[in-house]
Design a protein around this ligand. Sequence first.
Ligand SMILES: [Zn+2]
Length: 306
Amino acid sequence: MRSSIILVLILVSSCKQVKSDWIDRSLHEGLYNLDYSESFETYSINKNPKNIKNTIGNLEEAKVYFDAIFKEDLSFAVLFVDNQNWDKYAYAPPPGMPQSFYGGNILLGLGKSVMASRWEQTLSQFSGSEIDTLKFHFGDSIDLDLFFRDGLSLHELAHLYQFVKIDDGMQRRWLSELFANLCQVGAAKNLSNNSVYYQMDVFQQLLIDKELWGDVQYRSLQDFEEHYFDIMKLGRNYGWYQTQFYVIAKQLHEKYGDDVLQNFRNLLIAIDPKKVSEIEDDKLELLIEQYLGKEALNIINWDHDS
Ligand SMILES: [Zn+2]
């Protein structure tokens, strides 16, 4: 009897340990522990990295917002790595593209990301008034990392609230990306400083209005599932999909408010492929309606098929 009580105690304490510390620390090798935040762990390839306090402040506020919505007290680590060392830590190029890992880590760039510098080189395609608008939101130097690092860091944090519940279980990749965009919109709208929201909104709207993604190879949701890694490698095509998801996410949040975040995560948990078998499109549509609301399907309606 006594030994079985001890066994139960050991089991309970070991379960607790796994839940409270899911962070994969093998990824922190070679990084300095910065201790820049009391809300989460921070690491960097440099001892004293510059210009990351603002990013950390936004993530602290986003954590408060997500914790309240998802009823969590999520532990996670944010890693800052420069372009030179990117490939040692990242699972995908280009250097500086924010990414999250199943083990509770977010990787962010230090210095100018490749995406920001590519887009900053194409600013000549914008008219005088568009440049003025960009300067208003991104400063006179038009620092697009305010979107590509700070804005997108909220998106990556959202994925961690998904991964902590369902790991890499994805019934559809596009649903997972739509969820992260939705959380990104909700968090940015709730930051004490609304500039992050306007930066992500104004920049992406300009890209859409001027069709600056160009002629992309893949356009359908089925393509997104079947050619995900090819699309990621074709950076522009991936950006095009994310911008479409952003527009839908914005409409979902306008229609349903913050409640839709929790409902959406519940949907992802309910369709976790580790628990249920593959769900056909028509059944999935019913579930989207059931979890998100009647109008959700109209908003999500995808009219870009190849
Ligand atoms: Zn994502």
